[in-house]
Design a binder for this molecule. Structure first.
Ligand SMILES: Nc1nc2c(ncn2[C@@H]2O[C@H](COP(=O)(O)OP(=O)(O)O)[C@@H](O)[C@H]2O)c(=O)[nH]1
Ligand SMILES: [Mg+2]
Length: 292
């Protein structure tokens, strides 16, 4: 770091504002994720990632796989070449366990859900939340899927529905959020809230946004800059601070690392917990309806 930078260094907090024990928490969160089983046999927890192109959605899925396998993994190919292209096809990403052909009971879908002619239509996102969109559907940026389309599922089951909605936004573009973009986010958020679906946000690329964090990830809760970005996100889209997680995805590394794992796992554990609560709540509702 140059002399000029050190002069203007941001103040460091004497205590991190969010507690994290980098080694112990990583181990407990890892055990939690590895042991997680939905209460109902055969139930699958569906996590829908949405957010602008280049925010790090595919990288997050790859990072989760890397953390759980303890080695670098590339499945949901991250795109570092063209920012015009986006994940248009509705794809379910399963996360493989150590033994062959066994998978974790949570899956990811990845949607770039923003803007006419630019991304997936908000109405299609709403249908995806309810489980109406089948795997492999190629989103059309100008028209919504019709009910008679071969990839439209008329009667979705609980496994098809989204159980937790995750907004992925990168920390360094947060100051550039446009009103139109925020309006669309709010619309998607409202649709999820109406269905009772819990929502979490990931603030990615914290390494790019803050040089002190790039230098040492343990600085994440020690510099106000990241906290301010999280507060801004919380204020703009209304997601509470305790549902916002700063993460750094694996993107250039060739080995996994404890601190990167710790942040990723902390966010993943909360995502799973929220989704699981929702599944259990929905189950209770359906069984009490039956006896009403
Ligand atoms: N520095 C940094 N780069 C990242 C991070 N996450 C993703 N990237 C890079 O950002 C680019 C876009 O990521 P990608 O996962 O394809 O975004 P998506 O469009 O949301 O799926 C790729 O070049 C990634 O390597 C991160 O946490 N830090
Ligand atoms: Mg992608």
């Amino acid at each position: 770091m140059g002399a000029e930078n050190s002069k203007s260094q941001p103040p460091i907090l004497s205590q991190p504002w969010r507690e994290i024990n980098w080694h112990r928490d990583k181990q407990t969160d890892l055990q939690f994720v590895k042991n997680y089983k939905p209460q109902v046999k055969g139930q699958q927890l569906r996590i829908l990632l949405h957010g602008p192109v280049g925010a790090g959605k595919s990288s997050f899925i790859n990072s989760v796989q890397s953390v759980l396998q303890g080695r670098m993994y590339i499945q949901a190919l991250a795109d570092n070449i063209s920012h015009d292209s986006f994940t248009k096809k509705y794809t379910t990403y399963k996360i493989q366990k150590e033994s062959p052909n066994t998978f974790y009971p949570f899956v990811f879908n990845n949607i770039m859900g923003l803007g006419p002619n630019k991304g997936v239509l908000v109405d299609d996102v709403k249908l995806a939340l309810k489980g109406h969109i089948k795997d492999g559907y190629l989103f059309n940026p100008v028209s919504q899927i019709s009910e008679d389309h071969a990839f439209y599922k008329t009667f979705p089951e609980l496994n098809d529905k989204v159980h937790v909605l995750v907004l992925v936004i990168c920390a360094d573009t947060l100051p550039l959020l446009t009103d139109k973009f925020v309006k669309e986010l709010l619309e998607i958020r409202k649709a999820a809230s109406d269905l009772g679906i819990p929502q979490v946000a990931l603030l990615t690329k914290i390494d790019q946004a803050c040089p002190e964090v790039k230098e040492d990830l343990k600085n994440v809760y020690k510099y106000e800059y990241i906290k301010k970005q999280m507060e801004k996100l919380s204020a703009e889209v209304g997601i509470p601070m305790n549902c916002i997680f700063p993460v750094k995805n694996y993107h250039e590394e060739i080995h996994v690392d404890n601190d990167t794992d710790a942040l990723l796992l902390s966010s993943l554990r909360s995502i799973i917990t929220c989704g699981d609560d929702y599944i259990n709540f929905t189950k209770q509702q359906t069984s009490s309806d039956r006896y009403a």
